[in-house]
Design a protein around this ligand. Structure first.
Ligand SMILES: Cc1cc2nc3c(=O)[nH]c(=O)nc-3n(C[C@H](O)[C@H](O)[C@H](O)COP(=O)(O)O)c2cc1C
Length: 188
């Protein structure tokens, strides 16, 4: 199963980096797969640890893709690093194995500490729409504009019916980013 989470990592100077990642989870095994080049990958290789944050504030997913990475953090309990103060739950991870690859290495972890901070609030279609739109933004350079337009049109249905203020704010950041990046691309 793939879970969409926020991964927080720290560099050798103590600076925290946050990035959305789809992590692979099977029983006790947790795999993070960063595409090269990646600050997340560099930090994990330096400190051999990471934190995964289960988070329903989708502004953090959208923010990371649109230049807003400054979210409140709290110190991790058992490793060097931080978790997101907005996380519903977090897990502190130790790196146990690497399957190297020139495009997308597999980093295998075990959780050494898990904390629940707040209850799950139920599924929300607007949050799904924001996550999918954030993934589109991360692949904008690879996708034709017509595909982006069609997918956004569909995702907007759930957004319009079910969003709260956080989901709307996140959606607006992503739409502004799509408009901005498409204006920069040469028209063919
Ligand atoms: C929901 C979601 C899942 C993502 N999953 C991955 C992933 O598994 N691996 C990856 O390299 N990037 C993934 N991305 C894109 C990264 O978050 C983004 O490119 C980020 O900047 C990673 O590079 P960094 O570690 O240098 O920040 C995902 C983005 C979103 C919105």
């Amino acid at each position: 199963m793939i879970q969409e989470v926020i991964v927080t990592t720290q560099n050798a100077e103590g600076k925290t980096h946050i990035a959305p990642m789809g992590i692979h989870v099977q029983e006790d095994e947790i795999i993070i797969l960063p595409f090269r080049p990646s600050t997340t990958l560099t930090n994990i290789l330096a400190l051999k640890s990471a934190v995964i944050n289960y988070c329903d504030d989708v502004r953090i997913f959208a923010g990371c893709l649109t230049g807003k990475r400054d979210w409140p953090l709290s110190p991790a309990h058992k490793i060097e690093g931080h978790y997101l103060s907005a996380a519903l739950a977090h897990k502190e991870l130790e790196l146990i194995k690497i399957a190297d690859d020139k495009t997308r290495p597999k980093l295998f972890f075990k959780a050494i500490h898990s904390v629940n901070h707040a209850p799950f609030q139920g599924f929300n279609r607007a949050q799904y729409s924001v996550l999918e739109a954030a993934i589109l933004v991360s692949r904008l350079h690879m996708l034709p504009p017509e595909k982006i337009a069609t997918e956004i049109e569909y995702l907007r249905i759930g957004l319009d019916k079910t969003a709260g203020t956080k989901e709307r704010e996140a959606w607006d950041w992503l739409m502004a980013s799509i408009d901005h990046q498409q204006l920069k691309q040469p028209q063919v």
